[in-house]
Design a binder for this molecule. Structure first.
Ligand code: FES
Length: 164
């Protein structure tokens, strides 16, 4: 005779099936959820990109390079160019400057005769090292951290904001 509170064989089977179903659902569900939301949790991370072989970089004059970088932002994968002026005075130490003006984001140009960078939008002028000479730019050109590996120059993204 079944007492109040006893579990019938049928109830026990139902509980066991529910438990097994729950475990299977969890085992399948966690990787599926991680797969679905994982990319959305990823953001741009600092990374190194190769700019050039050192042998192609001239001494004492900023040279413009445009290495391509692939960014994954959530589910979006985008390829873009990074404009970077590289300057070395001695072939050992390298400065890598962003070519984006710190005023409103126009691309600066190197004017060799004047030894200055010019931002054509509002006549912002920077010296050879990216410091503001005149015009509306509020701060120097942003600078990338650099490293040398196997005869190549690398920069780390993103560029660093400099104060004067
Ligand atoms: S964007 Fe360069 S001076 Fe305005």
């Amino acid at each position: 005779m079944k007492k109040h509170g006893d579990i019938s064989r049928r109830d026990a089977m139902k509980m066991a099936i529910s438990l097994i179903g729950g475990l299977i659902g969890t085992a399948l569900g966690i990787p599926a959820i991680a797969y679905i939301i994982g990319p959305a949790l990823k953001t741009d991370q600092a990374n190194w990109i190769r700019v050039s072989s050192l042998s192609t970089i001239e001494l004492r004059t900023p040279m413009l390079f445009k290495p391509k970088v692939t960014r994954q932002n959530g589910w979006m994968v985008e390829e873009e160019e990074v404009g970077v002026f590289v300057l070395t005075e001695d072939g050992s130490n390298y400065i890598a400057l962003s070519n984006i003006c710190t005023h409103l984001g126009c691309r600066v140009r190197w004017i060799a005769e004047r030894e200055q960078f010019l931002s054509p939008c509002h006549n912002g002028v920077f010296d050879k090292y990216g410091y503001v000479i005149s015009g509306p730019p509020p701060r120097p050109l942003d600078e990338f951290v650099t490293k040398i590996e196997d005869g190549n120059l690398f920069i780390q993204l993103p560029a660093i904001k400099r104060t004067s």
